[in-house]
Write a protein that binds this ligand. Structure first.
Ligand SMILES: NC(=O)c1ccc[n+]([C@@H]2O[C@H](COP(=O)([O-])OP(=O)(O)OC[C@H]3O[C@@H](n4cnc5c(N)ncnc54)[C@H](OP(=O)(O)O)[C@@H]3O)[C@@H](O)[C@H]2O)c1
Length: 247
């Protein structure tokens, strides 16, 4: 199997895109650390599902926006599995509003989870990866970080920040055989997008050449590729999975 013997940590893996990525990495042979914040039941069920299919997985609670919790999460993974080969930063939230109406708390929380959370996990993972002289970091950004979106100045700023973090870290750690790439999903069917009104969904669909919304599995396929041997010479890239929406 493509990733057998390797250990992957996926943040925010109890639901949505993170869940699909954790499942796909396990199917490719990786042992998977499932991080969750509030969805304990879903995370435990996912670990059980992976085990039932013959894989290995374990779930850990951590709020990745808290530096100490992110560090403890990576420590737990290293203690339990003995190594960390793949980090997928996926945990994210939205708190949408027009800038004029956006409260400071909504700005701060979105930046804390969607940007500082990625920094925290990268920082905790980079030392063991450097020691092992191998590693793959995959950051889930968004096409909104490339193009902007009315009503999402906080989210777009965080996702644009993730892209800057990805390219800068790729330059810092390339010599250690660690690649750092970003995936920029478009409009993917998860709890995050189910909250949008019918009007907005129909408007979005008009701008998607492939004529459908994405599924979490569409994003997971690219994550497995970026974690695998076929992507050994790819770093610092931002790859959209958006049905052609942002081109
Ligand atoms: N859906 C889309 O169309 C779309 C498009 C572009 C980018 N993205 C990005 O893709 C990623 C996943 O989004 P999704 O659509 O799957 O969203 P989702 O269904 O709302 O799931 C969000 C996930 O993030 C986790 N999370 C939130 N805050 C956390 C924290 N402080 N610490 C740890 N985990 C935390 C949640 O964990 P708990 O449930 O355990 O709290 C949950 O597993 C996000 O980075 C999002 O910005 C999504």
């Amino acid at each position: 199997m493509l990733l057998s013997g390797q250990v992957a940590l996926v943040t925010g893996a109890g639901r949505g895109i993170g869940r699909a990525i954790a499942l796909a990495l396990a199917e490719a042979g990786a042992r998977v650390a499932i991080n969750y914040n509030t969805s304990a039941q879903a995370a435990l069920e996912l670990a059980a599902e992976i085990a039932a299919a013959g894989g290995e997985a374990r779930a850990w609670q951590a709020d990745v926006s808290e530096t100490d919790q992110a560090a403890a999460l990576v420590d737990n993974v290293l203690q339990h599995f003995g190594r960390l080969d793949i980090l997928v930063n996926n945990a994210g939230i939205t708190r949408d509003n027009l800038l004029l109406r956006m409260g400071e708390e909504d700005w701060d929380r979105v930046l804390a989870v969607n940007l500082k959370g990625y920094f925290n996990c990268c920082k905790a993972a980079i030392r063991p990866m450097t020691r092992a002289r191998r590693g793959r970091i995959i950051n889930i950004a968004s096409v909104v970080g490339l193009r902007g979106n009315a009503g999402q100045v906080n989210y777009a700023a965080a996702k644009a920040g993730v892209i800057g973090l990805t390219k800068s870290l790729a330059r810092e750690v390339g010599s250690r055989n660690i690649t750092v790439n970003a995936i920029a999903p478009g409009f993917i069917e998860t709890d995050m997008t189910r909250a949008l009104t019918r009007d907005i969904r129909e408007q979005m669909l008009k701008n998607i050449p492939l004529g459908r919304l994405g599924e979490p599995a569409d994003v997971a396929g690219l994550a497995v590729f970026l974690a695998g041997p076929g992507a050994a010479y790819i770093t610092g890239q931002v790859i959209a999975v958006d049905g052609g929406m942002a081109m």
